[in-house]
Design a protein. Structure first.
Lengths: 44, 243
């Protein structure tokens, strides 16, 4: 079983992973949509 | 390009919606200092020891998640009143961010519970209602993927958003209303939190609120872009049909 310090470290890493993962997901979707807007604008 | 789509595309510009670099650096510094304070400045709790420090990101994440879900409620009501899609974009952005913060709550809670309670999870009122709250907003996000028409999607999700918000007070007051294994409130009525712990807790909350504001702006920008893509596609299809 994890001791207190190990549990704290795991929790701390999990928090950063969730926020960075979410930020990465939003950034990726933004880039995809920006590319799509550019593509649709040039096609018109 | 039609005026509507043009204005939407212009409004998605980085300068209008994207967070400024100074703002981002300021919040990053606040997050770094809050993290340092949570780990090194706050005193170590006597009975639980170092594991209690999870409290400094578990509790502020829950509070920030509540704020995000409350913004979703405001956006949902405002959309149903005005039928202005900007409120729908705010609602979906805040719902997704609320889910992210509550994911932190539901992950850090069991990591704390295992060494302190000896179990990862128990189906008591606070834990169950928190999990249901997270599930409701995941369903809200899934529901949006099932409706294609923009206006209809906004109406359906606004109604569902208002329904989901009924669980927010239930989660918050569950520790007073039911017998629960979850710790009792440590601030406010009956709270006995050390003032240094309280200051670090509030600092961590401010830092996470800052993160929420940055994410919210970016997420609203994403939704605005999505809306402009839908409009541009419709106009392209119309132009192709006219030719």
């Amino acid at each position: 079983m994890l001791n207190g310090l190990q549990s704290l470290t795991v929790a701390y890493m999990a928090v950063w992973a969730i926020f960075f993962g979410y930020q990465f997901s939003v950034g990726r979707r933004l880039r995809q949509l920006q590319d799509e807007v550019e593509r649709l604008k040039t096609r018109r | 390009m039609a005026d509507g789509a043009a204005s939407v595309v212009e409004s998605t510009g980085q300068q209008k919606w994207g967070p400024g670099i100074v703002e981002t650096l300021g919040i990053a510094a606040l997050v770094a200092f809050a993290g340092y304070a949570a780990l090194f400045i706050a005193p170590t709790e006597r009975t639980m020891g170092v594991i209690q420090r999870i409290f400094y990101f578990h509790v502020p994440s829950a509070w920030t998640g509540f704020v995000a879900f409350f913004i979703n409620l405001i956006g949902s009501i405002a959309f149903l009143r005005t039928r202005n899609l900007k409120w729908d974009r705010l609602a979906v952005a805040s719902a997704e961010i609320g889910v992210a913060f509550f994911t932190v709550v539901l992950v850090t809670g069991p990591i704390w519970a295992r060494p302190v309670w000896g179990i990862w999870w128990t189906w008591d009122a606070r834990l169950t209602s928190s999990f249901v709250l997270w599930l409701l907003y995941v369903c809200y996000l899934l529901l949006r993927t099932l409706v294609d028409e923009t206006e209809r999607r906004a109406v359906v999700s606004a109604v569902f958003g208002i329904f989901a918000a009924f669980d927010i007070p239930l989660v918050y007051f569950s520790i007073w209303l039911f017998r629960t294994q979850h710790p009792q409130p440590v601030i406010g009525q009956g709270g006995s939190l050390d003032s240094r712990m309280l200051n670090v807790l509030l600092l961590c909350w401010m830092a996470l609120l800052g993160v929420m504001v940055l994410l919210l702006r970016q997420r609203v920008r994403l939704e605005t872009l999505r809306h402009s893509v839908e409009q541009l596609r419709t106009e392209s299809a119309r132009d192709a049909g006219a030719e």
